[in-house]
Design a binder for this molecule. Sequence first.
Ligand code: HEM
Length: 319
Amino acid sequence: MSITPEIQQKIELLQEKYAAMGQDMASYLDGLLYADFLTYWDYIHLDTLLSLQSPKTPFPDEQIFIMYHQITELYFKLALHECSQISKNQSLTSDFFAARLKRINSYFQALTNSFEIMVDGMEKEQFLKFRMSLLPASGFQSGQYRMIEIYSTDFINLVAKDKREELQSASVEEQFEYIYWKFGATELASGKQTLTLKQFEKKYASEFIELAKNAQFSNFRALFNKFKAEGSATDEIEKELKLLDTLVNVNWPLAHYKSAVRYLNRQPEEIKATGGTNWQKYLPPRFQKRIFYPELWNDEEHENWGKNWVLSVLNTPSI
Ligand code: HEM
């Protein structure tokens, strides 16, 4: 085969590239000669990925529980990948902001739709047995889930609802003392913090506080306000922010709550007796009213937060 002008040009470009770094191109060409061709399984580390399921019991349905949690964490990672691209962008445009929010929303939409895999996908008898071998671990300890929330809004909106007004101008550390999740994963019988919660905060508290400080002016609510002040906020951004609020704070929590009800529902008195948590009072979005963008919703929408009407509202052309 002859050396065509195109190939000649590429060789020259390569030569320039290596020369600029003080490297010898011929040695790199040797490397190319001997290197293996890339395979699909090596590229995505498939064997490693498929080896990451280690059930603690022999119940077959535990595999489903593990894999669906892993799938969810990968989606969370996709969302965080976009969060950090938005937050770190020094020349953020409204188009980029809206496009990246749209991606995050599509991930949460997929997660919400697929939660049926949990709700209907395991035998209750198996679940109730294998979960006893997993204590005190809980999805409650998902750090990525909380990081997405921290990127999404001002930290004060993650404070328990009856403390939000009082702590408006408090420091991140002070607000953290009343962060909403401290009121979940408590023992129903004694009201004490569970080991689940203590271990979670031991691992993540300082990381969350640092992220909240770093995102003070670059969380999505702060960025939206900045765009508004500059007159460059668009309807598209507002629509995507409302959708994000709905998906993360209502629809996903409701889909998740449905599985807790399916597998764990018992009278509070019975739950107390078995050392259970306050999840029935804690998980439903209407009790907590976590809202990332309070100013985008009217009084009635605040009042009805956590009821399934929200998505249908978003589909109306006026928004
Ligand atoms: C059968 C399936 C599931 C059941 C029965 C269930 C049950 C629960 C319960 C009872 C809680 C309250 C905390 C506690 O008492 O431990 C909780 C919290 C939580 N779970 Fe699950 N869960 C399921 C699946 C999942 C999956 C697949 C994920 C994905 C990562 C997940 C993520 C979470 C998160 C993030 C919280 C904290 C929610 C909040 O603070 O508002 N759960 N879950």
